[in-house]
Write a protein that binds this ligand. Structure first.
Ligand SMILES: NC(=O)c1ccc[n+]([C@@H]2O[C@H](COP(=O)([O-])OP(=O)(O)OC[C@H]3O[C@@H](n4cnc5c(N)ncnc54)[C@H](O)[C@@H]3O)[C@@H](O)[C@H]2O)c1
Length: 260
């Protein structure tokens, strides 16, 4: 336990992309510390529930809602179902994402559109609907955006992904600025190269990526999903209550690239 067991008691946290490799670790950590968690993803219920169970997410404190958050209507339904089960939402985590690597001069335009829809538009729709729900409930809540160290570093072959994460950082700062008077905060978690999920898939399938990435982590090892979850725990806890508009970089020093 990094934080007190009841550090998040009374909270209801919604997380998109929560059945993914990092998402299940975050959901587990949040529930372990007393939060009720509405997990969203696009994968079928049976798969999502199996992954969440394997990750050890406490069943009584979690519900799964399958929805494609690139649709505004689906986002509204998610927020409704979240409130119906666990009541007023205190934190919304815009965590769903995708990456596809290719040199920028040959990048597929349709993949660009898809990537911007999943990474940026879905985050915008979810943060907006989540904030409106908080305003309706009179909740002084928080929006958390999962961005990346590459939102500020031009890592090769993933220009659209980097651009989407840079845009998410600015979107987060805009939410933070506009909603501060109503007591709603917004922050970002920017992980490094995690040994799970999308980075692991690149690590395992792209030799060039692996060669570059293995030299790019000053702290020397691939990041664990649990270290990302710790950043969420901190932001969801009272310890972050004076933070808004911040990008919490948790990247083992990757952004200090180039190493040699
Ligand atoms: N793995 C890394 O090294 C790394 C580093 C920095 C940031 N991130 C970010 O962390 C987040 C999670 O990444 P991951 O590595 O766990 O990848 P992952 O692919 O395991 O998880 C992403 C999840 O998002 C879901 N998703 C995709 N489109 C969706 C949609 N339209 N609506 C709802 N859910 C959708 C996927 O089904 C998947 O479960 C992403 O935002 C990613 O950009 C990852």
């Amino acid at each position: 336990m990094t934080f007190r067991e009841d550090a998040l008691a009374g909270q209801h946290i919604v997380i998109s992309g929560g059945a993914g490799a990092i998402g299940v670790a975050v959901a587990r950590a949040l529930a372990d510390h007393g939060a009720r968690v509405t997990v969203n993803d696009i994968v079928p219920d049976v798969d999502a529930l199996a992954r969440l169970d394997a990750a050890g997410v406490i069943k009584d404190r979690m519900q799964y809602v399958r929805a494609d958050l690139t649709s505004a209507q689906a986002v509204e339904q998610l927020i409704e179902m979240a409130r119906a089960k666990f009541g007023a939402i205190t934190v919304v985590c815009c965590h769903a994402g995708m990456v596809q690597a290719a040199p920028i001069i040959t990048y597929d335009d349709d993949v660009w559109d898809q990537l911007m829809d999943v990474n940026l538009k879905a985050a915008y729709l979810l943060a907006k609907a989540g904030a409106r729900s908080m305003l309706n409930d009179g909740t002084r809540g928080q929006l958390i955006f999962t961005t990346s160290w590459v939102g500020a570093v031009p890592w090769p072959d993933i220009a659209p992904y980097s651009a989407s994460k840079a845009a998410m950082n600015m979107l987060m700062r805009s939410f933070a600025r506009e909603l501060a008077p109503q007591g709603i905060r917004a922050n970002a978690v920017a992980p490094g190269i995690v040994g799970a999920g999308m980075a692991l898939r690149q690590w395992e399938t792209e030799p060039d990526y692996r060669a570059r990435a293995s030299k790019a982590i000053p702290l020397g090892a691939l990041q664990t999903p649990e270290s990302v979850a710790d950043a969420f725990l901190f932001l969801c806890s009272d310890a972050s209550k004076y933070m808004t508009g911040s990008i919490l970089l948790v990247d083992g020093g990757c952004s200090l690239y180039p190493m040699d």
